[in-house]
Design a binder for this molecule. Structure first.
Ligand code: MN
Ligand code: MN
Length: 489
């Protein structure tokens, strides 16, 4: 998640109407504290353990091979086409469903089900992650070093990006329309890039005695690129020339082409297993590519759906969801209209808005896991625990639920009922203590259409860092939760 979190349908009885024996214990009753609850690991069969490991291995490859919103999107499209989905923007039938892509960074998928006019089961996630971008004019040299100027993208802790190996993933469009895609620092044999930090011997005035936010000004995040000068010692800007020559020889890019390029600096190296017991996955971009990965798997596994499924992977969530590929657009309306048209239902304004208002959604985004090292920021009763499964986060926001899209009680009842019926191990959580910060998700943007929505995702340690940590068991159970939602909600 950037920083904030399944209803009983009319055919299902509400809890108060059920006989006492059918009621489940409240998740947070005194004999059911998070510490004393069994973890997912406690109840896995040998076969399930194999499933967990296989899924985790596939997920690590997905994380390692898709470190930008564009590469995540390209992977989604490839898998959708492989599954027989067709372009919803084209005419013709879509018996297996279809996809809609916008500006190379925003993707929607549709799978048919019964009575589309009565609404969809929708899961939304985001494919972007906090990172550093190169500025449009970024090449310069100083003090014998060739350097690149970067720009923050999203809520990252700047000091975590210094003195560590970085890779550079680019998408560039030349004036004649040619497109250049590259990755540098993540290919076998590649060198890496890095941003230098100050040695502790000399940091007392400009770092150590300052507030964290002032100690690391964004304009000091300069990427070290070259030290071998080009040309004769009489010439100027010889290191800048080294970098320019490299860009031209390697990818055919001139300095001016960087103006029409999207070049992202991301942590170099693959996602890894973490822990003596290998129970965890460490890697960049798990917020929110964990949700993207499991939601996509769940979507593609759907069979004989009661209701049609939609999946949307947004861009720009980490910077407020604004812009043509973010959740603050009418993309969900376009996708719903296209899906209704393909299903043979009416697709006029009224039909589309009614179908959306009747839809049920999960805002799939990761949740901050309880970290005992930083206990004081968590409300322990409501904090997410590693290994206890996906979190249902009824509301996010900060300062008195400000900016929260709170799920109503009926919808919470429906989703927890779907999860329980499907054997999903899940937890009810909130982001942290009140008045300690806060955050939000795309749930708010989707709720604009009047649909039912709640945040749901796996707990993550070190969120927004270059090395985020998730649990293999939570990954697997979150996929089960998403599949149950598509199949039964
Ligand atoms: Mn997120
Ligand atoms: Mn985030």
């Amino acid at each position: 998640m950037p920083k904030f979190p399944p209803m009983a349908s009319s055919r299902r009885k509400v809890a108060s109407e059920l006989p006492k024996a059918a009621r489940r214990p409240a998740p947070n009753s005194d004999d059911d504290q998070p510490e004393s609850r069994p973890t997912i690991w406690d109840n896995l069969s040998a076969r399930q353990r194999e499933e967990v490991e296989a899924l985790a291995a596939e997920y690590r490859r997905f994380l390692s091979e898709n470190k930008t919103e564009r590469t995540v999107g390209a992977r989604i499209l490839a898998l959708a086409k492989e599954a027989g989905l067709v372009d919803l923007a084209q005419g013709g039938p879509a018996p297996k469903g279809g996809y809609l892509a916008h500006h190379g960074k925003l993707f929607g998928l549709y799978a048919p089900g019964r009575s589309a006019e009565k609404g969809f089961n929708l899961i939304v996630a985001h494919g972007d992650a906090p990172r550093l971008d190169l500025k449009p004019r970024c090449l310069y040299e100083d003090g014998g070093l060739g350097l690149l100027k970067s720009n923050l993208y999203g809520g990252l802790k700047k000091f975590q990006w210094l003195a560590r190996p970085l890779a550079m993933w680019g998408f560039c469009v030349l004036k004649d329309g040619r497109e250049v895609n590259f990755r540098f620092g993540d290919e076998p044999g590649d060198p890496v890039l890095t941003i230098t930090d100050l040695l502790p011997h000399l940091d007392s005035r400009i770092q150590r005695d300052k507030k964290l936010v002032d100690a690391f000004p964004a304009e000091r995040l300069n990427v070290l690129a070259a030290t071998i000068p080009t040309g004769s010692a009489k010439e100027k800007h010889r290191l800048k020339k080294t970098v320019k020559d490299f860009l031209y020889k390697k990818w055919g890019l001139s300095e001016d082409d960087l103006v029409s390029s999207e070049i992202e600096l991301v942590p170099a190296g693959p996602a890894q297993e973490v822990g003596l017991d290998r129970s965890l996955i460490g890697g960049y971009g798990q917020d929110d590519r964990l949700s993207v990965f499991v939601a996509l798997k769940a979507f593609l596994a759907g069979k004989k759906l009661q209701k049609p499924s939609l999946l949307i992977i947004f861009d720009r969530e980490e910077i407020g969801s604004y812009g043509s590929t973010g959740a603050e657009t009418n993309f969900v309306v376009r996708l719903a209209a296209a899906a209704l048209a393909k299903s043979g239902a009416k697709d006029d304004w009224r039909a589309v808005t009614e179908a959306l208002a009747a839809s049920m959604a999960l805002s799939a985004d990761v949740e901050a896991a309880f970290d005992p090292t930083f206990k004081e920021v968590h409300d322990e009763l409501n904090a997410a625990r590693i290994g206890l499964g996906p979190c249902l986060v009824r509301y996010t926001g900060g300062a008195g639920k400000y900016g929260a899209s709170e799920a109503r009680a009926e919808y919470m009842a429906h989703v927890r009922s779907v999860f329980d019926e499907s054997g999903v191990v899940w937890q009810s959580t909130l982001l942290g203590k009140q008045e300690y910060g806060g955050g939000g998700t795309v749930a708010l943007s989707l709720a604009f259409h009047g649909l039912s929505i709640v945040d749901c995702g796996a707990p993550i340690l070190s969120m927004h860092s270059p090395f985020e940590i998730s649990s293999k068991a939570d990954l697997w159970m979150t996929m089960k939760a998403m599949a149950a939602f598509y199949q039964k909600a």
